[in-house]
Write a protein of this length. Sequence first.
Length: 324
Amino acid sequence: MESRAWLLEKRLMPADKVTRYADELRYTDLIAGYYVGAPREVISAISDFSTWFFVWDDQHDRDAVHGRRTAWYRLSAELHTALDAPGDHLAHPEPLVAAFAETVHRLNGFLSPAWNHRFARHFHAIVGAYDQEFENRVTKVTPKVAEYIELRRHTFGHSVWIDLLEPTAGREIPAALRASGPFLSAARHCQDFSAWYNDLCSLPKELAGDDQHNLGISLIRHEGLSLEEAVVEVRRRVENCVTEFEVAEKELRELLAGHLAALPGGAGSAEARSVAEAVESAVFNMRNWFSSVYWFHHESGRYRVDSWDDRSTPPYVSDLAGDA
């Protein structure tokens, strides 16, 4: 109910579409499964940020479909600016900018300025990747598989979803652990699973819309696979993410044990207990991405393309930039 009211307050979706589609889309349910244990104010901010991300992604699609370069790049520039000073853009006349600034402003209140700068740096890269996808789509360029994978890790928002594990846990994870190979590997595999599974479920919509950005489409157009073969290959990669995550999770727990033992006062100190709880929270919620993503794609109305009048145009989308 809170996110429904937020959608209306921020003018991100007309009232009739909020009433008809907001609950069916299951956006808030998805986030509740990703960030278990977060304080209420944290989960509320993350939920609204995630809802904004979906609406922004839909607007990106509409701008690309209609070739609206001026509208897209104006929005992109305004998001960059709002990201660096969100408190100055809370009353911005563009709903997508004002809503974005409001969620980032809230998220910036939970941890340190260093975390805020890291989150901003990661999201600047995400906006840049959306610009690249926009250009690919309006010029009908399908990226090769390796190029697509790198681009997708940004457009899916891998880095910021992992950043948000820390306010969920109530503290920042020491850089020695957060930047370690096992942590980065576990994070990458849980996020790749989510992105590739999303590609599987989005494939009918994106083929219908002549999109260029889907792992299956890159495999078809650059590797010569048939549709059926591409689906099998994406599924193989999805399954491999689960196996590789389990390997990284075990390595991270071993690294954590050594890190805690080396702290002043050893593994029994208050700092060690705090770090251990934060890492355990992060790993637990990385695991939650697998089940939550699977559930979401089978419960959300976002992927029920067979029930739409036009398989390429979701009925819940509100084109904030207007018709071309």
